[in-house]
Design a protein around this ligand. Structure first.
Ligand code: FPP
Length: 251
């Protein structure tokens, strides 16, 4: 029995294996306090720490966070550069603790859109956390958009078909899944969106076909351990049918 599950009142048998989160509400959190939006993003980084720690403690193996979408490049230049600075700081300051705690960092999205300096930091942290045992995989979706991801997958598969490496008649769901950035992880069991918005915003569209959803009004910087535990308790009570009837599942 996991001591943290007992401590937090969670049923270990009914935990999701993969949680994906749309971290929304940093701007409004800052605005309410008459602060700059970037202060909200900084507070959001603390919530990232809290949620990652909880996953590691209780044994949620995969945590995927939507940190910057393909559309976020259109935000004011000062906000985009502030966020890039925050990602840089995160990659530098968290590297050792991620290694020490056996958390592997993974990044999905259009990595080539980032500055060479940030790209170097990303690759160094990814490499450093790849060594040794992996207890948990923390994935940051950066310059990520699901339609872009699916488009690049289709392109890859079409190229293979054009060069006769594969037979177009043999293209199946498995091949598509394996051509996505998430090829090496299971689909999310639970998707959480904070801040009272009910949208998917181009996030993991293929992968969330059978995911459970949890929406909360809490703004992301306030989404700490207690809020996350509530979401996990709610998930534990769900009946996942995957298209079957409730009676079929009981058998
Ligand atoms: C959405 O809130 C949030 C983002 C676009 C950025 C998410 C970034 C963080 C949580 C910063 C830390 C992350 C890491 C990995 C260090 P919003 O700005 O759209 O909020 P609003 O809807 O209230 O304006």
């Amino acid at each position: 029995m996991n001591e943290y599950c007992i401590k937090y009142g969670l049923n270990e048998e009914r935990l999701p294996q993969h949680v994906a989160i749309i971290m929304d509400g940093n701007g409004r959190w800052a605005k309410k306090r008459l602060w700059n939006r970037l202060v909200g993003h900084r507070a959001g980084a603390d919530a990232v720490d809290a949620v990652t720690t909880l996953c590691r403690e209780i044994g949620v193996k995969y945590l995927t966070l939507y940190a910057f979408s393909t559309e976020n490049w259109n935000r004011p230049e000062s906000e985009v550069s502030g966020l890039m600075e925050l990602f840089k700081e995160f990659l530098i300051s968290k590297r050792n603790v991620l290694v020490e705690k056996n958390v592997r960092l993974n990044i999905i999205g259009e990595k080539d859109k980032f500055s060479p300096e940030l790209l170097k930091l990303m690759n160094e942290t990814i490499e450093a956390t790849k060594q040794g045992e992996t207890k948990m995989v923390l994935t940051l979706a950066l310059s990520y958009g699901s339609r872009q991801e699916i488009t690049q997958a289709v392109r890859k598969i079409a190229q293979k078909a054009a060069s006769h490496e594969i037979d177009p008649g043999k293209i199946d769901e498995k091949m598509i899944s394996e051509s996505l950035y998430t090829f090496d992880m299971p689909d999310p069991d639970l998707v959480i969106r904070t801040s009272g918005e009910y949208r998917i915003s181009n996030y993991l569209l293929w992968q969330i076909a059978y995911s459970e959803f949890y929406f909360t009004d809490t703004l992301w910087p306030d989404f700490k351990k207690e809020e996350f535990i509530k979401a996990l308790q709610d998930y534990a009570g769900r009946e996942r049918r995957f298209g079957k009837t409730g009676d079929q599942l009981k058998k």
